[in-house]
Design a protein around this ligand. Structure first.
Ligand code: XMP
Length: 520
């Protein structure tokens, strides 16, 4: 059992292949109850071991009457633990409980008007009698036996919500987890607090206390923990959390690879060494990285060189730290799910990992991963509670290979310096226009081409930069941010006037897919 599960009430969410599974898990947690995702095949013993207050069955793309459609162990319905089935999850459970599921004559997709038939029932008590819900289904529950009671209907779906009369089972055909269902959260609240009788114990403050106690128990007084600090949100929160637990027995290694943004190394130094008083070992390895990258233009080759050099530099610094038995890593819950190592098994959507792997194996350390139960928004909350500055807690992600993958073509100090200045102006304007928290990532890219321009009376033949700014919540898909024209105009003017060597600025208007967020 994880530290988080050990100190809180748990809702187990069976993922039938829903694109919203992680969103459901976050909704539950935002409402103060810890949640874990599980594969639909999860055994009854594994579920029982978590001592859940309730189960949620997610939606999914299959049809329950198809061969091979995902199902759950029927005994889960006999645990006498409340269950909320959503869309496919409702259909699976209803079918197991004797109802008939068939293809609907009319598919329902999008916003739909719902009529609540039983507002005296706990699940829908807080929802208006007529309300909008988000539907996305081709099948529906069509025949109920006397054990069921319909709770809500739409024009084409007479059983849009249902409860079982003798078992603690509820089902909704619509999706309460998405924002297009405006009263959806009230349904989660009713399920968690009225049906499951949760108390709302999942608080980041108590999570910190539990992790601190756990780390203190695990790490002997003579042992040290090493933490690779990049200045990103995850490693920063990790360092602050471990520092709270073991103080000066934590050593952080920060590799300055010469590929960082303007003032980035300084921010890490002042925050962690000066403010927190953390033992920070800075590896000034810019020369090493840049000499190996000299003349390399192939993106994959750049990544490989950077990955290998990073491991070498890190290993070298780590060797100098006595009694270090542990390496801390900022693994988060989505990483755990996507690695296929959680109760959720191999998830339907598998994200490719970009990060340099293999460090712990190569170094022979034991791993400490105190954030592995958390979603990103929860990590940020922990960071805030630990007193990390806003500039770190709300930092946009920055790739491990740094500016190397934004400096297209050959990487030289001069080109990196130019890119840093452009990037800094772009980010200054993003912040000045209150766009930093509204966007997911914003950065400049230096292109490997020159363009002709005119300045004063003279012809120029100078660099072209691209500005990239995207909106996304999961970084798997992204849309380009609609930055207002007048702000783009200021950005472009400032860059061309203030950065010598740039005569053209482009704004990247490609979504992901088919483009990626980074250019290399
Ligand atoms: P792409 O370019 O694949 O990026 O759409 C998705 C997200 O991943 C980040 N990214 C990386 N992060 N090491 C990292 O730690 C990498 O090699 C890497 N490549 C891309 C990218 O910045 C975006 O947030």
């Amino acid at each position: 059992m994880t530290v988080a599960a050990g100190q809180s009430e748990t809702i187990v969410i069976l993922d039938f292949g829903s694109q919203y599974a992680q969103l459901i898990a976050r909704r539950v947690r935002e409402n103060g109850v810890y949640s874990v995702l599980a594969h639909p095949d999860v055994s009854v013993e594994e579920v029982r071991a978590l001592n859940p207050k309730g189960l949620i069955f997610t939606g999914g793309p299959a049809s329950v009457y198809e061969a091979g459609a995902p199902r759950c162990r029927p005994e889960l319905l006999d645990l006498n633990v409340p269950i909320l089935g959503i869309c496919y999850g409702m259909q699976v459970a209803c079918q197991l409980l004797g109802a008939q599921v068939r293809s609907a004559t009319a598919r329902e997709y999008g916003r739909t008007q719902l009529r609540v038939l039983r507002r005296d029932d706990r699940l829908l008590q807080a929802v208006p009698a007529e309300t909008t819900v988000w539907m996305s289904h081709g099948d529906q529950v069509q025949e109920l036996n006397d054990d069921f009671e319909p709770l809500a209907a739409t024009d084409t779906c007479p059983i849009a919500a249902v409860r079982h009369r003798t078992r603690p089972f509820y089902g909704v055909q619509f999706h309460p987890e998405v924002t297009h269902t405006p009263h959806g959260n009230k349904i989660f609240l009713s399920f968690l607090y009225e049906v499951c009788r949760c108390r709302g114990l999942w608080k980041m403050g108590s999570f910190i206390e539990a992790v601190v106690a756990d780390v203190r128990k695990r790490v002997a007084p003579s042992d040290r923990v090493i933490c690779g600090l990049s200045g990103g949100v995850d490693s920063s929160v990790l360092a602050a959390l471990l520092h709270q637990a073991i103080g000066e027995r934590l050593s952080c290694i920060f590799v300055d690879n010469g590929l960082l943004r303007l003032n980035e190394a300084e921010l890490v130094r002042t925050t962690f060494a000066d403010h927190f008083g953390i033992d920070l070992i800075v590896a000034d390895a810019g020369d090493q990285f840049l000499s190996r990258l000299a003349g390399v233009t192939d993106p994959q080759e750049k990544r490989k060189i950077i990955g290998h050099t990073f491991i070498e530099v890190f290993k070298d610094k780590a060797k100098s730290i006595p009694n270090a038995h542990y390496l801390a890593q900022g693994t988060l819950y989505p990483d755990v799910i996507e690695s296929g190592k959680s109760l959720a098994g191999q998830a339907a959507n598998i994200k490719l990992h970009h990060n340099v792997g293999g460090l712990p194996d190569q170094l022979g350390f034991d791993l400490i991963e105190p954030l592995r139960d958390l979603f990103k928004d929860e990590v940020r909350r922990v960071g805030e509670l630990l007193g990390l500055p806003e500039a770190i807690v709300w930092r946009h992600p920055f790739p491990g290979p740094g500016l190397a993958v934004r400096c297209l073509g050959e990487i030289t100090r001069e080109r990196l310096d130019l890119l840093r200045k452009v990037d800094n102006i772009f980010l200054e304007e993003i912040a000045a226009n209150q766009l930093y928290r509204k966007t997911a990532q914003a950065f400049a890219v230096l292109l490997p081409v020159r363009s002709v321009g005119v300045m004063g009376d003279g012809r120029t033949y100078d660099n072209v930069v691209a500005l990239r700014c995207v909106d996304t919540s999961d970084f798997m898909t992204a849309d380009w941010s609609r930055i207002p024209y007048d702000i783009l105009a200021t950005m472009s003017n400032r860059i061309i006037n203030e950065v010598r060597g740039v005569n053209r600025v482009c704004y990247d208007i490609s979504s992901k897919p088919p483009a990626t967020i980074e250019w290399e």
